[in-house]
Design a protein around this ligand. Structure first.
Ligand SMILES: CC(=O)SCCNC(=O)CCNC(=O)[C@H](O)C(C)(C)COP(=O)(O)OP(=O)(O)OC[C@H]1O[C@@H](n2cnc3c(N)ncnc32)[C@H](O)[C@@H]1OP(=O)(O)O
Ligand SMILES: O=C([O-])CC(=O)C(=O)O
Length: 379
């Protein structure tokens, strides 16, 4: 087989149909079930978008009310899951905690071995409702704080922030968080979603697929990049007394040095988008609002400096993780909680794909070209 016939990383390979979302790098657009993601982010709650991803249509007022009631009823942290989390060292990465929690939630689900469409939908909604408490509690225990019980008078995003910080948030912050959840929800056959589909294709259960997807999301070439972006900011140094221009100049110098050393800088580049990520302008607008709200122009300086230097040197554009990282930082999340926030959102997209894969299944099993030793025999 010729080397060019090998599609390393499956780059450019179309492996199946999907009706969940359409990523179009030529028009720089992203549609969830036909709706532009920017419109959904501007006009919908994350609950409505979750419903859309699973059901193919936005909910009516009645459907939304029933769905929200179901989600609110599933928010409390299962005491057994809490016990398991408490046994994990605080040195464990929060993504490991998330992965473990998803697995425990699956093993304890009353429909664990049922992979019917109805059971999969029930499991998806349950996991969507349960994950914020896992992420919020894990951050709190690392800070020596107690669990905060959910509030059923709040929407998903407001309650998530409530459980994480134990305080009310102003609408601007809740909106920015809601936007981030919507933008992170779904992105066709990315590495973690494809992982979930591979696991589903063996007829394994939904929680096995989600647990594997969480593992795939952890890496810095994928979801782990939102955490890595903040490490870059920290390495450059966040100086609150600095002006926007001073911060930008230091960030530019850092980037020039990193690129001279041929480093990959997380938060830039994308396998599919080559002229910019469709979600970045919406997330950047949310970041701008948070920078204004918290009065932190020096962060914008770092952001602009890195972006400009990368553009001048390599014309590589930021991806969604680039504005999302500093947004979560400003909201007060610990840096290694950023990717678990991505998990809480992407559960919707993963499970929509799991259901789609299960409904039209074929075992996913590509071929490889052998390049090891010729046949030989044990002496
Ligand atoms: C939500 C998400 O998951 S979005 C993705 C998050 N991931 C990141 O931010 C990690 C950083 N980015 C990257 O590693 C890459 O851009 C990927 C993995 C996302 C996509 O990569 P691919 O399409 O496979 O492109 P590939 O890695 O081959 O890069 C092509 C060229 O651009 C360069 N390049 C791509 N991204 C970057 C980057 N972030 N920093 C520096 N150089 C880069 C590569 O070094 C390579 O250069 P070369 O041809 O001179 O060797
Ligand atoms: O599509 C990808 O390869 C990665 C990505 O942006 C996502 O999963 O949101």
């Amino acid at each position: 087989m010729a080397a060019e016939d090998i599609k390393k990383g499956l780059a450019g390979v179309v492996v199946d149909y999907t009706a969940v979302s359409k990523v179009n790098p030529d028009t720089n657009s992203l549609l969830y079930r036909g709706y532009p993601v920017q419109e959904l982010a501007a006009r919908c709650s994350f609950e409505e978008v979750a419903y859309l991803l699973w059901n193919g249509e936005l909910p009516t007022a009645e459907e939304l009310s029933a769905f929200s009631a179901r989600e609110r009823a599933g928010r409390a942290l299962d005491p057994v899951v809490k016990q398991v989390i408490d046994t994990l060292p605080t040195t464990a990465h929060p993504m490991d905690v998330c992965r473990t929690a998803a697995s425990v939630i699956g093993a304890r689900h009353e429909l664990a071995e049922d992979s019917s469409p109805e059971a999969n939908m029930a499991k998806a909604v349950d996991l969507f409702a349960a994950m914020p408490a896992v992420v919020a509690y894990d951050q709190r225990r690392r800070r020596g704080q107690e669990l905060v019980e959910p509030r059923d008078d709040l929407g998903y995003s407001e309650n998530f922030l409530w459980m994480a910080f134990g305080e009310d948030h102003v609408p601007e912050v809740v909106d920015a968080f809601n936007v981030s959840m919507i933008l992170y929800a779904e992105h066709s056959f990315n590495a973690s979603t494809f992982t979930a589909r591979v696991v589903t294709s063996t007829l394994a259960d939904l929680h096995s697929a989600v647990t594997a997807a969480i593992g795939a999301l952890k890496g810095p070439l994928h979801g782990g990049a939102n955490e890595a972006v903040m490490h870059t900011f920290d390495e450059i140094g966040i100086r609150s007394e600095e002006s926007l221009d001073q911060a930008a100049a230091r960030a530019k110098a850092w980037m020039e040095d990193a690129l001279a050393q041929k480093k990959k800088v997380m938060g830039f580049g994308h396998r599919v988008y080559k002229h910019g990520d469709s979600r970045v302008p919406t997330m950047k607008a949310a970041l701008d609002k948070m920078i204004a709200h918290y009065g932190r122009p020096e962060l914008l300086g770092l952001y602009n400096g890195l972006e400009q230097a990368m553009d001048e040197a390599k014309a590589i554009k930021p991806n969604l993780d680039y504005p999302a990282g500093p947004t979560y930082h400003l909201m007060g999340f610990d840096t290694h909680t950023f990717t678990p926030l991505f998990v809480a959102s992407r559960i919707t997209g993963w499970t929509a794909h799991i259901m789609e894969q299960a409904a039209s299944n074929s075992l996913i099993r590509p071929l490889s070209e052998y390049n090891g030793p010729e046949e030989r025999h044990v002496p």
